[in-house]
Design a protein around this ligand. Structure first.
Ligand SMILES: Nc1ncnc2c1ncn2[C@@H]1O[C@H](COP(=O)(O)OP(=O)(O)OP(=O)(O)O)[C@@H](O)[C@H]1O
Ligand SMILES: [Mg+2]
Length: 352
């Protein structure tokens, strides 16, 4: 009656700097963190969402799973918004499931700018169309086969089975129920920008009432800061990465290196929002910004973004209302919390 009836599922975020794994369970109506680990990736083993070195990534996944002590053998992974195409298309609601599938496959060609034999295609019925009661809206999602297949292969090499491949933006939508608890009125009726500033990519997702209406990726992230530290203080990439997180750098670090980075991060976020406003006819304001990704942990960045954008800004914590298994280290988990959204959204697919 309680907990999960299905096999456990690991959410795995294969990002550009690390592999993040998490397994969730449900206990007494709350999510529970069963297992989790973050494992660094060698530089350039994943570039812009492409797995460049399968062996390195597979062994990082293996190490992460081992360290997490999860027993799960099935995993869920995601592809980035820029390597996937999603479209909402309407079909007559009179079609049977079978007929609908046939129609979707026949018409997909019109919406996907690649030959169909080069893509992995999937669809999901969203519900009755807002503009026509006799139609259903169907979400089409396609990604190039090589991107999807590389993920399946790397999981297999790590001794796991790929249960599902999602699109990052939809994993964020999946976590909305977790982050909504940080929002006024549980996020109902709000337009919320989730800005994920990672190591190399800044992804802006705009959600209205918890549904994704806009996603855009920019090439900006914490690696720029790491490289600035390397150059400025003659450190190796690893040393710079560590020093940055521990904040033990010379006195002039804030003024000479960190502040300029923070200013460009603020500009990246506000430009992203301006891009959204100019692309949208329907939405001209954002009620709340939620900062995610490793760079959300930079001290004072939330205040700077709030002041510059004039929008209330908070830092994502998907674990706010979760129960933790005894073996989970609270300090490590709370440090990593803002960058665990995608992995959490994937692990939550276990309860679909
Ligand atoms: N406390 C901190 N202070 C400053 N930077 C931090 C801190 N914690 C993490 N970072 C930086 O955040 C980045 C990693 O964030 P994250 O885990 O979100 O990236 P990622 O998901 O691997 O990257 P991407 O999504 O771009 O592929 C690194 O550049 C890391 O140095
Ligand atoms: Mg990331």
């Amino acid at each position: 009656m309680f907990g999960r009836k299905k096999k456990p599922l690991l959410g795995i975020d294969i990002s550009s700097s690390v592999v993040k794994v998490i397994e969730l369970n449900q206990k007494n109506g709350k999510y529970c963190v069963e297992a989790y680990a973050v494992e660094p990736l060698p530089l350039n083993s994943v570039i812009e969402g492409r797995i460049e070195n399968t062996d390195e990534v597979a062994s990082a996944i293996k190490r992460a799973v081992k360290r997490s002590a999860s027993k799960a053998k099935q995993a869920a992974v995601a592809v980035s918004a820029s390597s996937a195409i999603t479209k909402i298309v309407s079909f007559p609601s009179s079609l049977t499931e079978r007929e609908l599938e046939e129609q979707v496959m026949m018409e997909a060609d019109n919406y996907i700018p690649y030959p169909l034999e080069e893509v992995r295609l999937d669809f999901e019925v969203l519900g009755t169309s807002a503009s026509d009661v006799d139609a259903v809206d169907v979400l089409l999602a396609a990604s190039r086969s090589e991107i999807v297949d590389a993920r399946i292969e790397v999981l297999e090499k790590a001794g796991l089975k790929a249960k599902l491949v999602d699109v990052e933006a939809y994993t964020i939508e999946n976590t909305f129920s977790l982050i909504a608890q940080q929002l006024p009125n549980q996020g109902q009726g709000l337009t919320v920008a989730v800005v994920d500033v990672g190591a190399t990519v800044t992804a802006l997702h705009v959600l209205v009432d918890g549904k994704i209406v806009f996603t855009r990726e920019q090439s900006f992230g914490g690696r720029i800061l790491t490289e600035d530290i390397e150059r400025h203080y003659g450190m190796s990439y690893q040393e710079a990465g560590r020093a940055k997180k521990q904040n033990n750098l010379p006195d002039d670090y804030n003024a000479k290196v960190l502040d300029p980075f923070k200013r460009s991060m603020v500009t990246t976020v506000t430009r992203g929002l301006q891009f959204f406003f100019s692309a949208s006819t329907q939405y001209q304001s954002i009620d709340q910004i939620i900062l995610a990704g490793g760079c959300a942990s930079i001290q004072g960045i939330d205040v700077m973004i709030e002041e510059e954008s004039g929008t209330p800004t908070s830092i994502a914590n998907p674990f706010m209302d979760m129960v933790l298994e005894n073996k989970i280290k609270i300090q490590a988990l709370s440090n990593d919390a803002p960058s665990m959204l995608i992995a959490c959204g994937l692990a939550m697919r276990s309860f679909d």
